[in-house]
Design a protein around this ligand. Sequence first.
Ligand SMILES: NC(=O)c1ccc[n+]([C@@H]2O[C@H](COP(=O)([O-])OP(=O)(O)OC[C@H]3O[C@@H](n4cnc5c(N)ncnc54)[C@H](OP(=O)(O)O)[C@@H]3O)[C@@H](O)[C@H]2O)c1
Length: 323
Amino acid sequence: MKTVKVGLLGIGNVGSGTFQILSMNRNSIAEAAGKPVCVAGVLARNKNKKRDIDIDPDIISDDPDCILKSDEIDIVVEALGGIEPATTFMINAMKNGKHVVTANKAAVAANYDKLLKTASENGVQFKFEASVGGGIPILNAVSTVLRGNEFTEIMGIVNGTTNYILTKMTEEGLPYETALKSAQEKGFAEADPTADVEGIDVANKLTILMALAFGVYVKPEEIPTLGISRITEKDIAEARANGEKIKLIAHAKKENGKLQYSVKPMRLAENHPLAGVSNEFNAIFITGNAVGELMFYGRGAGPLPTGSAVVGDIIEISKTITY
Ligand SMILES: NC(=O)c1ccc[n+]([C@@H]2O[C@H](COP(=O)([O-])OP(=O)(O)OC[C@H]3O[C@@H](n4cnc5c(N)ncnc54)[C@H](OP(=O)(O)O)[C@@H]3O)[C@@H](O)[C@H]2O)c1
């Protein structure tokens, strides 16, 4: 029986979570895919770095061509981060006949049309469930089982770092800087938190959500975007006095045929379903004209939750590999 061979570009949080799931759930994954799935190659910047996972050092390389040009690899998983060289690597993989799965919202949002077009021109599949909401299967849901709807509104808490900071400010009365420090200490925020706290990461995710739910591609930099770095304890207290909580919301709404969109802190009534989403959790609240209101809730980051979405994409592609 054919074994599907996966090449991992990156073995950091997402790459190692994906590797771990493919190993710990090997049998159930083979059953679901109809064939065994294994990791045959890994790209890292430093191939000699000590890793926390039990991985054969012989399959790690610092040469991207070992994966991109390998004859044996069927699916390339891009988990490097950043727009480049990730986009070029994905395009080269597709041109070499490989299916591509990615968790990289920055690269997908920046080069959405180009990546989809290259996949289509080369007869390969391109999947990116993990790029929005980590382990939450929102992209697959809007593209398949909810496709019979016309969507009218999406509201998402899609960045765990900022949600953690706002939760600490709301529940413990911490100032922004102290809450940010706590997020950094817990590993929820990067040393340079700009992309998270200024809403850039959320804008990337809204670009992808709008492309799938509304069929409209809006560049992330064209989305009016305001982060949380200017939120004060006074803002939080005022919202509380009004029975509201402040959340950083990716918002898109269709009104009179026109799509309005923004990323900004919003005051939500305490009984709004999104107001109860705390700490590093994510949730997407979506309204369809047939299904009504739906909420998807779960872990938006972390090696295993994100790896869960990556492996789901790998399985769906593996099912279709018949050679
Ligand atoms: N972390 C999450 O929970 C999460 C959730 C959803 C989506 N994502 C997305 O997933 C992607 C990966 O994130 P991550 O947190 O896994 O990143 P990470 O922990 O920093 O890992 C990045 C990996 O890529 C390798 N790498 C980076 N640039 C490279 C280059 N130019 N050549 C060769 N190897 C390179 C690194 O090699 P070394 O190990 O040798 O340094 C490392 O193994 C990002 O796009 C991120 O936005 C992450």
